[in-house]
Structure formats: structure tokens, C-alpha cells
Design a protein around this ligand. Structure first.
Ligand code: MRU
Length: 362
């Protein structure tokens, strides 16, 4: 997608050396567009853990490139296993992380060590390229759902939570891809952007990328969504996901479940957009079994932002000493999900729905 007219992806190889990995440092957005260069597997793991890169598909692509950096340094079986464990331990909820590492290791297992790094770069690039292609495809699957809500040329109001745009993927995004496609097709679309406390991915990232692309949007406090739905100001909700269990339960950023409940109560369609790398076929009951990341309480007690002098700083918003909890994701049960938007089409949030589109999945 474009920033001030220039096409970007979120992750790419440095064209000067052909091996180091460039990322957009998302901890600096929206105040400053900074490109960081990753040169070791440890730096890649840190980038994921510290959320310099984040969003399920991008976490997976970064892990794949991180493994390449590790294999450059040491292509032995032992090092590959150690590096994969290091990367896998960075964040627990997004299944794309384990999916990408398993795919890399599967492809590399029979490759002799001296050829591994070159083969790994090809596979990591394929993972990144496929993510971009799949997300563009699901954008075309989801766009008619937006266009179909337009009443005699009126603006369609879509509510989204967190950042499931191109910044969360390699390109296009998941929840935002249908919005970008509808926008390109001339549908008048406006996005209600949940701020998404505690880390404010909606306010800081979604609003920024929609603004750079020229899509109308309004940032709202997380608690405003239910009220807007009651007043008829939301035509549909589209969110992304970090892991969908095979029964169609959906893990996404904390607060998504509350939006799904409000949408259910008010009759607003609630859709989830995902590439197939986000489906976890091994989990039968997502509400019960999807692992939920618990992050530092400091993300709740403190907020970061631009100070009056333009520096990025942090302020406390909770009295010192108050106990804190910070579950980073929740799981929306399949019964509240109106449909899953995938690169192969729209399906019901159920095992039979998913199997109808992915009969070949293991
Ligand atoms: O903690 P984050 O910022 O990595 O969480 C991201 C989300 O919850 C996204 O909605 C999810 O990854 C959707 S995939 C584009």
C-alpha cells in the first residue's frame, strides 16, 4: 500500500546487501516513519516481542526472515532448532508464527546445511509474497459485503478493532483489505476506528494507514461502539484475527468479543477476515484452548504518545501500586461470527464452513 504516494510493504530485504531485513518500526508510528534493519535472529525475535512488528501475518513473515538470519550465521540442525524455538517463544497467540516456522523447517529439513540459508530466503520471500496475494484476494471477497450495505449511494460505516490493516500483514491487510478494495471501487466507505487500549493500535496505526490511503475514518474510544450500533451508525463490523480454531472461534485483540456481543444484540453483521495461515486445525474449541498472551501491566498503567514538544514519551494513567492485568486477546465464539472472509471465499464460522473452502487442509 502507499504512504504519501510511495508503495511500501511492511517487511523486505535490504536491496543494498540482499540479506538484511528491513521493517517499518511500528512503535514509532504514527509520529515518525522509521525503517529499522534486522541483521540477526536475536534482533528479529526482539522486533516481534517488542512489537516493532506486530499483527498475525507479519509476525509469521518476520519469524521466517528471522530464521534466515540465523541460518546465515549457523546453518546446522542444532542452530536451526534453537533459532526456531527462540522465535516461537516471542508471542503465543498468533498461530501464523508457528505456522511459518513449521513451513520453513519442513522445507529445510532435507536441504544440506551449506545450501540452507539460500533456500530459506526463497521460502521466506514466498511466505511474504503469498500473504500479500492472499490478503488482496480476501479483499475482493469482502468488498461486496461492504458495497451490499450501501443504501441508495449512502456512505457505508464499517467498525473495526485494533489494526488489521497492511501494517499487520505484508501488504493489504485482513479486515482493511475489503475496505481498501471497496474504496478503490468507488464505494463511499467510512471507518469507525476503535482506539484499542491498552496499546492503541487503532488510534496509532489503523487511523494512520487509512488516512495515508485517503479512506474516511473517525477514531472512537473503545467503549463507544455499542452505542453507535444501537443508533444505527454502524452497517457492519470487520475485524482480523490471530487464530481461528477449526470450529470457527476467533481470537483477536482484547475487546473484540464485546464488539461481537454488541453487534449480535443490535443485528449488525460481524465478519472476520483472515488468510488461511491463521486457521489452527489442531484446536477444536477456541474459547477453551487458544492460548492468550498476558502482557506487562505497564501497558495498562502507562500510555505513550507525542508530548507537546514532539518527543515520544510515556505518562502514567493509573495510581502507582494498583494491581494490573493485561490479557492481550480474547476469543469470540463462532455463534457470534456472521462469516469468515478468506482468500478462497466467504464461509460460515464452523468446521463444515472452513472445510468447504479448505478440503485439502490437514
Ligand atoms: O497485539 P497485536 O497488535 O499484534 O494484535 C494484532 C491484532 O489483534 C490484529 O487484529 C490481528 O493480528 C489481525 S491480523 C491482520
Amino acid at each position: 500500500m502507499r504512504i504519501d504516494g510511495i508503495a511500501y510493504r511492511t517487511i523486505w530485504l535490504d536491496p543494498d546487501d540482499g540479506w538484511s531485513v528491513c521493517i517499518i518500526d511500528q512503535t514509532r508510528l504514527p509520529w515518525s516513519l522509521e525503517i529499522a534493519r534486522l541483521t540477526t535472529v536475536e534482533e528479529a525475535a526482539h522486533a516481534i516481542r517488542a512489537m516493532r512488528v506486530r499483527g498475525a501475518p507479519l509476525i509469521g513473515a518476520t519469524a521466517a526472515f528471522g530464521l534466515c538470519l540465523g541460518l546465515r550465521a549457523d546453518p546446522s540442525d542444532e542452530a536451526m532448532a534453537r533459532d526456531a524455538s527462540l522465535l516461537a517463544a516471542t508471542r503465543p497467540t498468533a498461530v501464523n508464527l508457528g505456522w511459518a516456522l513449521a513451513r520453513m523447517r519442513h522445507r529445510l529439513a532435507a536441504v544440506p546445511p551449506h545450501e540452507r540459508a539460500a533456500r530459506a530466503y526463497r521460502e521466506a520471500q514466498a511466505i511474504a509474497d503469498e500473504d500479500a496475494v492472499q490478503n488482496e484476494a480476501l479483499g475482493h471477497v469482502g468488498a461486496p459485503l461492504i458495497a451490499g450495505r450501501a443504501r441508495s449511494g449512502d456512505t457505508v460505516n464499517v467498525l473495526t478493532h485494533c489494526n488489521a490493516g497492511w501494517l499487520a500483514c505484508v501488504d493489504w491487510g485482513t479486515a482493511l483489505a475489503p475496505i481498501y478494495v471497496a474504496h478503490e471501487q468507488g464505494v463511499a466507505v467510512h471507518v469507525w476506528v476503535d482506539e484499542t487500549r491498552p496499546r492503541n493500535q487503532g488510534a496509532a496505526l489503523t487511523a494512520w494507514e487509512l488516512g495515508k490511503h485517503g479512506v474516511a475514518h473517525t477514531v472512537i474510544a473503545d467503549n463507544a461502539g455499542g452505542h453507535l450500533m444501537q443508533r444505527g451508525l454502524v452497517d457492519l463490523v470487520i475485524v482480523g484475527t490471530d487464530r481461528v480454531s477449526r470450529n470457527g472461534d476467533v481470537a483477536n485483540k482484547i475487546g473484540t468479543y464485546l464488539k461481537a456481543l454488541a453487534a449480535h444484540d443490535t443485528g449488525v453483521p460481524f465478519y472476520v477476515a483472515l488468510p488461511s495461515s491463521t486457521i489452527d486445525w489442531t484446536i477444536a474449541d477456541g474459547v477453551r484452548d487458544i492460548p492468550i498472551e498476558e502482557r506487562s501491566g505497564r501497558e495498562v498503567s502507562h500510555m505513550s504518545g507525542a508530548m507537546a514538544d514532539g518527543r515520544i514519551g510515556e505518562i502514567a494513567v493509573v495510581a502507582a501500586g494498583s494491581p494490573l492485568a493485561n490479557p492481550a486477546f480474547d476469543v469470540t465464539p463462532a455463534r457470534l461470527v456472521g462469516g469468515l472472509i478468506t482468500e478462497r471465499g466467504l464461509c460460515a464460522a464452523s468446521e463444515s464452513g472452513l472445510r468447504s473452502l479448505f478440503p485439502d487442509a490437514a
